[in-house]
Design a binder for this molecule. Structure first.
Ligand SMILES: Nc1ncnc2c1ncn2[C@@H]1O[C@H](COP(=O)(O)OP(=O)(O)OP(=O)(O)O)[C@@H](O)[C@H]1O
Length: 252
């Protein structure tokens, strides 16, 4: 994970989807830089481009203009095979629906993206311990709670020691207590291990854990603010609503 490059740089990214004769501009010149150990929450109304941006960061969607640099490497310069290999090593992905393989045990799900080698078992056990899941390592996903499944999905995202972890609504399928536990875990991973994490969320309670909230509107950066300025999630929600208000836009 040590590198002189920033974990993630998004420079003027444009993404268009073509549907027949019509073109939807999902991203219109988005700028974003993430520093080592930084936790960023991306918020914005439905359709503002949050998931598209996350997919672009992961190299799952190509861009029409601009640059995506992960650990200093421009994703657009890689062949499909290179990109697949690079993604596996440098980018950890976490999804709302966990996306675990039902037939595999928790520990086999964690090991899946990593090349087999002498250290893999020790690494898997260390992650299971850190995430409080060692006792449950033989369980299949169906025998785990939602929060436990998301812990396993986070361990899987970390097994290759990636530069960045990207999470699309990681608490969206969880009750609020489990959701907050997952947020605390992600926060600790940033603080203890210098992980860089980007999450997409609609929930102010989740965004409260971030260092920075980046707000998108109509595929572009609208504004950003620090949650530390808010006493609680209600205040953060108010800052977010203010940012979206026409009055605030007119004054920018
Ligand atoms: N595969 C696609 N084909 C065509 N249009 C798409 C595709 N994916 C997204 N879009 C459009 O791009 C825009 C941005 O979508 P995106 O899913 O990134 O927004 P979002 O902010 O993540 O929304 P939500 O909060 O509802 O998940 C929307 O207008 C959406 O309809």
């Amino acid at each position: 994970m040590t590198s002189e490059h920033l974990p993630l740089e998004i420079n003027g990214v444009v993404k268009r989807y073509r549907q027949g004769a019509s073109v939807i501009e999902a991203l219109r010149g988005v700028q974003l830089t993430i520093r080592p150990g930084e936790f960023i929450a991306i918020m914005g109304a439905s359709g503002s481009g949050k998931s598209t941006l996350l997919h672009v960061m992961a190299g799952l969607t190509d861009v029409d203009a601009g640059q995506v640099l992960v650990d200093g490497r421009d994703l657009a310069t890689m062949s499909d095979a290179e990109l697949t290999k690079f993604r596996r090593a440098q980018i950890g992905l976490v999804f709302q629906a966990f996306n675990l393989i039902p037939a595999l045990s928790a520990e086999d799900n964690i090991r899946l993206p990593a090349p087999d080698g002498p250290e893999l078992t020790a690494k898997t056990v260390a992650l299971l311990k850190r995430l409080g899941m060692l006792e449950r390592r033989k369980h299949k996903p169906g025998a785990l709670s939602g929060g436990e499944q998301q812990r396993i999905a986070i361990a899987r995202a970390l097994i290759c020691d990636p530069s960045v972890v990207l999470a699309d609504e990681p608490t969206g399928s969880l009750d609020s207590v489990s959701g907050q536990e997952i947020c605390r875990l992600l926060r600790e991973l940033c603080d203890e291990q210098g992980r860089s994490i980007v999450i997409v969320t609609h929930e102010p309670h989740v965004a409260m854990w971030a260092d920075r909230v980046v707000v998108l509107k109509d595929g572009a950066n609208l504004t950003e603010f620090s949650p530390s300025g808010a006493r609680d999630a209600q205040e953060l929600a108010a800052s977010y609503q203010t940012a979206l208000s026409p009055l605030a836009e007119a004054s920018r």
